[in-house]
Design a protein around this ligand. Structure first.
Ligand code: CAA
Length: 392
C-alpha cells in the first residue's frame, strides 16, 4: 500500500475580507462572498513567498509526522509561481530544511495540477522499488495573482501543502492505479514569463475545467475505478470555493443523468461542503488547492478508517485527473489550519502596498514570527532567514 504518510500546510498570517475588497472595487459584496464563495483572501507579507510557504508546510509535515529528513529520497515542489526561471523552489527548501544530499530534487510545473502530478509520480517511484525504502516529500505551493480590479482579483489567495508519500502510509492510501486523465493544449489561463499577473479567458477556463470533470471521470471508470457514488466525500480543485458546487453538479450529471436540484444540494452539503472551508478562508492556492480541500475535510470532523475520497485535480493549459484516496486514520494534527482562526486582518491599502513591495528587493519590516522569511536579494541572489533547521 502506498500513500500519504504525513501532512503539513502553511498559509500567510494576514487576510483581507472580501467585503472590503468589494467596497474598494465598487462591486456587490454578495457577488464575491456568495457568487464566488470567497470570504477572506490570504495576503502574503512581502517577506513571504513560494519558498517560505513551501518550507513552512514541509516543516509541519516532517515535525507532526515525526519523519526524519534523512528518510527523504525524493523532493518535488509543484508550483506555477516559482521565484527563478532556473533554480527550483525545491533546492531552496532542501537548504532551509537541511534535507540530505542523497536526494533527487526538482520543481514541476503544470499550473494548478503540478502538485498532483508530483504526488502521483512519487507514488509510482515508490511502487517501482527505485526508492529503496525511502520516502518522498511533495510540496504544492503558490501565490495566486491577477491584475488589480480584474474579475480574477477576488479569487486570489496563497498557501502550501506538503505531503510525505511512503509505503505503508499512516494517513491515506492513494489509488494511483485507477486514475482518469484528460489533457489538451489550450490558452484558458496562463502567465507569460515576463509578467507577474496571470492572464485568463474566464468563461473558456470554466468550460475547460468542466470538460475535464466529465472526461477524466469517464476515463477513471474505464480503468475499473468504482463509481463516484461509492465515495463518502468529494474534493475538487477550487479556483474559488463556489467552483466545487458547479463541479459537483457537473460530475453528478455525467455520472447519473438529470437529478432534482434538492437532491444535488443535499449531496453537496454531505460530501463536498466540508472540504471547501479552507478555500473560503484563504482563496485560490493554485497547485495546493485540491490538497487544502483534504485539510478542510480532515478539520471538519473525524473520517473513519476506509472513508473513500474522490479527488478532481485541474491545471490550466490543461490537464485534469480523477482518482481516489482511502483514509486510514482520523487522528491528524494540523497546527497551521488551527492558526487560520487567529490571522491578522489588513486593509485594502496595506494589501496594495505589499503587492507593490513584493516586486522590489527589500524595504519591508521583517516580521519576527515567521518560521522562514525572504530577506531580499543581493546581486540577484535571493536570501532567506530560516528558523532552526531540522536535524537529520
Ligand atoms: N449577489 C450574488 N451573486 C452574484 C451577484 C450578487 N450581487 N453578482 C453576481 N453574482 C454571481 C453570478 O451570478 C455568478 O454566479 P453563477 O456562476 O451561479 O451565475 C457569480 O456571482 C460570478 O459572477 P460572474 O460570472 O459575473 O463573475 P465574473 O465573470 O466577474 O468572474 C470568473 C468570474 C471568470 C471565474 C473570474 O473570477 C475569473 O476570471 N477567475 C479566474 C479564472 C478562474 O478561476 N477560472 C476557473 C477555471 S480555471 C482553473 O481552475 C485554474 C485556476 O485555478 C485559475
Amino acid at each position: 500500500m502506498i500513500g500519504i504518510d504525513a501532512l503539513g500546510y502553511a498559509f500567510p498570517r494576514h487576510y483581507l475580507p472580501l467585503s472590503a475588497l468589494a467596497r474598494a472595487r465598487g462591486a456587490a459584496p454578495e457577488k464575491f462572498e456568495r457568487g464566488l464563495g470567497c470570504v477572506r483572501m490570504a495576503v502574503p507579507h512581502p517577506a513571504e513567498d513560494t519558498v517560505t510557504l513551501a518550507a513552512a508546510a514541509a516543516r509541519e509535515a516532517l515535525a507532526t509526522g515525526k519523519v526524519s529528513p534523512a528518510d527523504i529520497g525524493l523532493l518535488i515542489v509543484g508550483t506555477e509561481t516559482a521565484v527563478d526561471h532556473a533554480k527550483p523552489v525545491a533546492s531552496y527548501v532542501q537548504g532551509l530544511l537541511n534535507l540530505p544530499a542523497d536526494c533527487r530534487v526538482f520543481e514541476i510545473k503544470h499550473a494548478c495540477y503540478g502538485g498532483t502530478a508530483g504526488i502521483l509520480t512519487a507514488c509510482e517511484w515508490i511502487a517501482s522499488g527505485a526508492n529503496r525504502g525511502r520516502k518522498a516529500l511533495v510540496i504544492a505551493a503558490d501565490i495566486a495573482r491577477y491584475p488589480l480590479g480584474s474579475p480574477g482579483e477576488p479569487t486570489q489567495g496563497a498557501g502550501a501543502a506538503a505531503l510525505v508519500i511512503a509505503a505503508d502510509p499512516r494517513i491515506a492510501e492513494v489509488d494511483f492505479l485507477h486514475t482518469g486523465r484528460h489533457s489538451r493544449d489550450v490558452h484558458d489561463f496562463w502567465r507569460p514569463l515576463s509578467e507577474s499577473d496571470a492572464r485568463v479567458d474566464g468563461a473558456f477556463s470554466l468550460a475547460c475545467y468542466m470538460e475535464g470533470v466529465r472526461e477524466s471521470y469517464a476515463r477513471y471508470l474505464a480503468t475499473g475505478g468504482e463509481a463516484e457514488a461509492a465515495c463518502d466525500a468529494l474534493l475538487f480543485h477550487m479556483p474559488f470555493a463556489r467552483m466545487a458546487e458547479k463541479a459537483h453538479a457537473e460530475l453528478l450529471a455525467a455520472a447519473r443523468g438529470p437529478l432534482e436540484a434538492e437532491s444535488i444540494s443535499q449531496d453537496f452539503e454531505r460530501r463536498v461542503a466540508p472540504g471547501t472551508a479552507i478555500a473560503r478562508a484563504v482563496g485560490n492556492t493554485y497547485s495546493a488547492s485540491l490538497w487544502c480541500g483534504l485539510a478542510g475535510l480532515l478539520h471538519a470532523g473525524d473520517l473513519p478508517r476506509d472513508t473513500r475520497v474522490g479527488c478532481y485535480s485541474y491545471g490550466s493549459g490543461f490537464c485534469a485527473e480523477f482518482f481516489t484516496l482511502r483514509m486510514l486514520t482520523p487522528e491528524i494534527m494540523l497546527p497551521s489550519v488551527d492558526a487560520l482562526a487567529v490571522r491578522q486582518e489588513i486593509d485594502v491599502a496595506t494589501y496594495e502596498a505589499w503587492r507593490g513591495l513584493r516586486m522590489q528587493n527589500d524595504g519591508w519590516d521583517l516580521p519576527s514570527d515567521l518560521p522562514f522569511a525572504f530577506v531580499g536579494r543581493v546581486d540577484e541572489v535571493r536570501r532567506y532567514r530560516a528558523a532552526e533547521p531540522l536535524s537529520s
